[in-house]
Design a protein around this ligand. Structure first.
Ligand SMILES: NC(=O)c1ccc[n+]([C@@H]2O[C@H](COP(=O)([O-])OP(=O)(O)OC[C@H]3O[C@@H](n4cnc5c(N)ncnc54)[C@H](O)[C@@H]3O)[C@@H](O)[C@H]2O)c1
Length: 401
């Protein structure tokens, strides 16, 4: 059978440890036999980042800006222990942080659902996608531990004019925090969310605590509403989807009672906390996909999990591991589908859909990696190694019409 052709290269960002091993397996078993894969390859594995003084990460982000779609393998964020393990010249920054900053992106995380592994919340029927604003607020706050005395908020404008607001007159020891956000970043976040809702054809929910933080959260609410009304309302009406704003406490209550199937845009802290709750309640980190979307429509697809170090050390000792490749496969299919959409390649889009169906069908037939076995609610599962799992997916794929 002739291989499926591509037009524009995909930006391929290779990574580290067990996911690097899976990366090659996925390409060899599930992609290269069927697609004439066109990629521009960047090796973001830690040795190459160290050799290039992290230039390779910057180059890969620039390539994503140029071509528009990237797929990324999980990578090590170095810490003290990694410095000696890899004999590094410097403690390089997280590649995800660098890429996110260069693309000014918003991260969307969604679970992969299979019949036989039920969400803990029994009424959840469809994925809930969390969109986290990964900029500012408490993550960039300046904190102080203070004794008895007066705390004030002081702002000095460009001309040196000061504005002061009292915070609290401390009668005892206490703590103070100063946080900020920028209109431009909030606007980018809003546009990324509205665009993602349109591309994935899902309603968008957004929630803050604007009744309490009237100016701070009020600004988030106002910017979202202004951008929605002036730039997106007619496209949403045409697509038959809805933008819905509510208070964060009301949103939490509604999410728990909902059937899922929408995007939940969250401020930085809410997204941090809620994405862990949602991913755990849906099942497993190994079944969580992640895509970074920039406001000007660049996409970088990846798995939400890390490099699965524990399995990698076993692999280095010659052990066959049962590491789950699902989220990494879905990163590839997501990126190929987006490339297909941008380049008008229906065969490539159909391939991505079929491969995802084959992955899900393989698990639903009872063949799975070890992490899923304890969550499985049906017949005794066949627990297989990563290699066997990829072979099983290929067999399912080839049997499908
Ligand atoms: N996006 C990224 O590139 C990214 C994200 C998180 C962590 N990391 C890096 O990954 C390395 C390991 O970090 P960690 O252990 O905290 O996170 P991890 O996601 O690799 O593992 C966390 C836990 O989940 C399990 N797990 C995760 N993915 C799995 C899979 N596909 N199959 C089976 N089990 C799976 C692991 O066994 C482990 O118990 C670190 O060096 C960290 O810097 C990278």
């Amino acid at each position: 059978m002739a291989k499926i052709q591509m037009k524009t290269p995909l930006v391929e960002m290779d990574g580290d440890e067990m996911t690097r091993v899976l990366w090659k397996g996925i390409k060899d078993e599930l992609l290269l036999p069927f697609v004439d894969l066109k990629t521009e390859y960047y090796d973001l594995g830690l040795p190459e980042r160290d050799r290039t003084a992290d230039q390779v990460t910057i180059d890969s982000a620039n390539a994503t800006k140029k071509y528009g779609v990237a797929v990324k393998c999980a990578t090590i964020t170095p810490n003290v222990q990694r410095m000696s393990e890899y004999n590094l010249h410097e403690m390089w920054k997280s590649p995800n942080g660098t890429i996110r900053a260069m693309l000014d992106g918003t991260v969307f995380r969604a679970p992969i659902l299979v019949d036989g592994i039920s969400p803990v919340v029994k009424n959840w029927k469809a994925p809930i996608t969390i969109a986290r604003h990964a900029y500012g607020d408490i993550y960039k706050a300046t904190e102080m531990r203070v004794p008895k005395g007066k705390a004030e908020l002081v702002f000095t404008d460009e001309n040196g004019k000061e504005t002061r607001e009292p915070i609290y007159e401390f009668e005892c020891d206490g703590v103070v925090s100063g946080q900020y956000n920028k209109d431009s970043s909030i606007a980018s976040f809003a546009r990324a969310c509205f665009n993602f809702a349109l591309t994935t054809h899902q309603d968008l929910w957004f929630a803050t605590k604007d009744t309490i933080a009237k100016k701070y959260d009020g600004e988030f609410k106002a910017i979202f509403q202004t951008i929605y009304d002036s730039e997106y309302k007619s496209a949403f009406d045409e697509a038959g989807i809805e933008y819905f704003y509510t208070l964060i406490d009301d949103a939490v209550a509604r999410v728990i009672r909902s059937e899922g199937g929408y995007i939940w845009a969250c401020k930085n802290y809410d997204g941090d906390v809620m994405s862990d709750m949602v991913s755990t309640a849906f099942g497993s980190l190994a079944m969580m996909t992640s895509v970074l979307v920039s406001p000007d429509g660049k996409f970088e697809y990846e798995a939400a999990h890390g490099t699965v170090t524990r399995h990698y050390y076993k692999y280095l000792q010659g052990e066959k591991t049962s590491t789950n490749p699902m989220a990494t496969i879905f990163a590839w299919t997501g990126a190929l589908r987006k490339r297909a959409e941008l380049d008008a390649l229906p065969d490539l889009a159909a391939f991505s859909d079929k491969l995802e169906k084959a992955c899900i069908a393989t698990i639903e037939s009872g063949t799975m990696t070890k992490d899923l076995a304890s969550l499985w609610e049906k017949q005794t599962p066949a627990v297989v190694t990563s290699e066997q799992f990829l072979t099983a997916i290929r067999a399912t794929f080839e049997q499908m019409a």
